[in-house]
Design a protein around this ligand. Structure first.
Ligand SMILES: C[S@@+](CC[C@H](N)C(=O)[O-])C[C@H]1O[C@@H](n2cnc3c(N)ncnc32)[C@H](O)[C@@H]1O
Length: 260
C-alpha cells in the first residue's frame, strides 16, 4: 500500500515538474523546493573542487606537474565558480564551457566574493563557447554525463580536446534526480518516460551505457568509487522495466569515470 502511495506521489510530482516547471525557473527557486537540489556550481562549488582534487590526486597526479597546465570544466552550469576555484587551487588556466545555459554573471560575482577569489585566478579563468582542440591536460565534469544526449559523440569531442597524455574525470549521478526515490524512474518504458515524465534531459543512462559509448569513441575508461543505494534499489528491483533487463550494473547510483 505504502509503495503505491509513494508511486502516486512520484508520478504526480514528475508530471508537475515536466509540464509546469521549466528548468530556468528551477535554477532560480530550486533551493526552496523540498527534495530538489540546485546544481552544485551554484550552492556547493567548493565540495565539487575538493572531490575533483581528490580524484586527480588518486588517478592523475602527474598531470598537475605539467607546464602551462590547462583545465576544462565541461557542462559547468550557470556560474564560473568551480572554474575560478580550480584556477585558484592549482594556479593554472581554466576554461569553463556550457553551451546550453544562460550565463549567470551575478551568481559568478557572488562566488568570487564568497570564496575571495584572487585577481590572478579571475584573469586565468575564461568562459568559452566551445572547447579548444587538443587544448587541455585535464577535462572535468560534475553531474553532466547523465544529461548528455549523445554520450559517444561527447566522448569523441572531449577526446579531441585533450592534449597528448591528458586525462578526463567525469563525476556521474545515475540516480533519478527526484532524489527521494532514486531508482523509481527505472520502472517505466521509454515511451511513458519520454512522453510524460522526463523533465527534459534525464536520459536514464546507466553506467554500462557510458562504458560502451566510451569504447565506441575509442577512449579507455575505467569507473571508480561506484555507489549503490541498496535500500532504494531493493524497493524496485522486481519492478524495473524490461528495457533495463540486460544491464549488469543497473543499480549504480553514482560513479566517477576516469578516461585516458
Ligand atoms: C545538472 S547540470 C550540472 C552543472 C554543473 N556541472 C554543476 O554541477 O552544478 C548539467 C549540465 O550539463 C550541461 N550539458 C548537457 N549536455 C552537455 C554537452 N553535450 N556538453 C556540455 N554540457 C552539457 C547542461 O547544460 C547543464 O548545465
Amino acid at each position: 500500500m505504502l509503495f503505491y502511495l509513494q508511486l502516486t506521489e512520484y508520478i504526480v510530482l514528475r508530471l508537475i515538474r515536466r509540464f509546469l516547471f521549466p528548468y530556468s525557473l528551477l535554477l532560480r527557486i530550486g533551493k526552496y523546493i523540498p527534495y530538489f537540489r540546485v546544481n552544485a556550481n551554484q550552492d556547493g562549488a567548493r565540495d565539487i573542487v575538493d572531490e575533483y582534487e581528490r580524484l586527480i590526486r588518486e588517478h592523475a597526479t602527474g598531470v598537475l606537474e605539467r607546464p602551462n597546465l590547462r583545465i576544462l570544466e565541461i557542462g559547468a552550469g550557470v556560474t564560473d565558480t568551480v572554474g575560478l576555484l580550480l584556477s585558484e587551487r592549482f594556479g593554472c588556466h581554466v576554461h569553463v564551457c556550457d553551451p546550453y545555459v544562460r550565463y549567470d554573471e551575478a551568481g559568478t560575482r557572488d562566488g568570487i566574493q564568497r570564496f575571495k577569489i584572487s585577481m590572478e585566478a579571475q584573469s586565468r579563468t575564461q568562459r568559452v563557447l566551445e572547447p579548444l582542440s587538443a587544448g587541455y591536460d585535464l577535462i572535468l565534469s560534475n553531474s553532466v554525463l547523465e544529461h548528455v544526449e549523445d554520450p559517444e559523440g561527447f566522448f569523441r569531442q572531449m577526446k579531441g580536446a585533450l592534449r597528448e597524455g591528458g586525462v578526463m574525470i567525469h563525476r556521474v549521478d545515475y540516480r533519478d534526480h527526484f532524489f527521494k526515490y532514486p531508482y523509481f524512474f527505472l520502472m517505466f518504458s521509454d515511451q511513458v518516460w519520454n512522453t510524460f515524465l522526463n523533465p527534459g534531459d534525464l536520459y536514464r543512462w546507466r553506467l554500462d551505457d557510458h562504458l560502451e559509448a566510451a569504447e565506441r569513441a575509442g577512449v579507455g575508461v575505467r569507473s571508480s568509487s561506484e555507489v549503490v543505494l541498496e535500500e532504494g534499489y531493493e524497493r524496485i528491483r522486481h519492478r524495473t522495466h524490461d528495457r533495463f533487463g540486460s544491464y549488469k550494473r543497473c543499480n549504480v547510483a553514482t560513479a566517477n569515470l576516469v578516461v585516458r
